[in-house]
Write a protein that binds this ligand. Sequence first.
Ligand SMILES: [Zn+2]
Length: 278
Amino acid sequence: MHPIANHLIQLQELLLIRDEQKVARKGKYLEELDKSIKDMTDKLPDDIRALFGKLHKKDQIVIAPISNGICSVCGMKLPISLVQAVRIGKQIHGCPNCARMLYYPESAARRISKATSRVGPRKIGISRFSSLSLMIPSLESDNADGVIRELAYKMESEGFVDKADNLVEEALRREAIASTAVDHGLAFPHVRGVEGGGLTLALGIHRKGIQFGRADKKVTKIFFFMIIPTAASAFYLKLLAGLAETFMNADSRKAITAEKDPEKLWKALCRVTRTNIK
Ligand SMILES: [Zn+2]
């Protein structure tokens, strides 16, 4: 990959994290992030910085991964010669349709689209992104790595995604930049750039709670683990806001932490998110 592409992906990620932190009401981290964003922006060559700035005014996603030969954000099928040129990485190329800069991910995990039944009611609310099979009412690990591993492997074993190891690594890298743990014992670990399907959410509850990167050492009990296609980044922020809103409420937290079997947990999750997640 072109070294600047790597730099741009990191810069884009920091900008997205800043948006997430605003949504999850974690104001105190914003200053640090702003400084890192400024440092990374300053290091860009003049022409790329100007292009980045111009594209970022239009949309949060400025650099997009190529997935199966298409631009993963606008969906344009790209000429094979362009895919090859991006892959070789001698210079930065843009998508001919949406103008976003392109990169070629080498080993990212992929969402596996499960065959869904054509009959039955249209899915609504949280069931568009999650399912009974992705509920873990009692996480067993007593540390952050282990909890992320349990959630990622659940997604893999239920056939939603491949390369769980890769997901664990990426989610931990994301936590190292800025913890996704927020007040009320909630955390939102996630991996962006998992293409090939929709945003997917697994829920895990830890009975006692574990240390999950909070400076004040308060424990985290409720884990929403999400894999996010690049094009769904803006939608992810909405979902994050809906979940934060729902679980600010102590009754909602009690409703899901009280359940000890997956089916009841799934029903409780659907019930309490009904108002905030359409
Ligand atoms: Zn495009």
